[in-house]
Design a protein. Sequence first.
Length: 364
Amino acid sequence: MKQFKSFIKKEFHHVFRDRKTLLMLFGLPIIQIILFGFAMNNEIKNAKLLVCDYAQDEASIAITRKFEANNNFKLSKSILDYKQIEENFKQENLKLAIIFPVNFQNDLLHKNQAAIQIIADGSDPNTASTLQNYAASIIRDYQMSLTVGQTVPYSINTQVRMLYNPELKSAPTFVPGIMALVLMLICVLMTAVSIVREKEMGTMEILLVSPINPFLVIVAKAMPYFFNLAVILILSVTLLGMPIHGSLILLVLESALLIICSLSVGLLISNITNSQQAAMLIAMMGMMLPILLFTGFMFPLENMPIPLQMISNLVPSKWYFIIIKSIMLKGLGFAAVWKESLILLAMTVFLLLLSLKKFKTRLE
């Protein structure tokens, strides 16, 4: 037992004196539990809501107040023109719209039935279906409050319309997210591994003594990934029936930004590693989790705490995902995604300059 205790003591000393081992043993589990505990939440909160109230009566106002009091929704604005609804969906990132017809309360009290139209953003079928159920539940609660003590029940019918994805297919949701995941992860991983492999094989000397500019090295490495992008788009359109309503040229240019941004990250990783295994581990562990959690195609970012939402703003794939959904599904142009494009461009320029500055032009 004394020998066993001495071995246990040795192992504890080994763990606590090595920072890398300490980080792997305690740091990663703590980070993963915190991230997954707060980020993996399928409940939807603070979804942006638009109300188009033609009735402006007590019943419509009472139902609107119920939506305002519910933490699943956040009233973005109220309008009086049905034609403005789709434009607001494109500009305000709305999730749901409620339309009250003229004489809503009058129909409810005298005809014992009335109708409410619900319009949801069908580009994310799961979110749209969940919010539709939330809205129907709120309307049902109001309907039940009217029927208390009444012999003839009141009935409020809901008419649902899904924008951008009427059939609620899953492809329009996952294809943009998979594009962001695959392009960024593969570009970072392959760039980091390929440069480290050249170090290991001794071919880095040839690259360093060549007159080619480091920027052109990155551009050259980016070329094969455009073929990867073409394959993804062809398979998405032909096999999955994914529409491309917007400009294909704009789609390619935005994808080029993400590819160059990802290559810059891969180049940074290659500067701090000397083996392919280490580069692969850092690329996979460092990129997979943020892309899955903070892009927004698996878990709604609105549900996360404010600190995690701020962290998600640092993930390039989040902005690319918003841009691609707007172009492919909503058919929007550059005027609608210029803010996201500017953020992605700023990230790309910063990471590119940083990676070129850190690029080692001499072997150690």
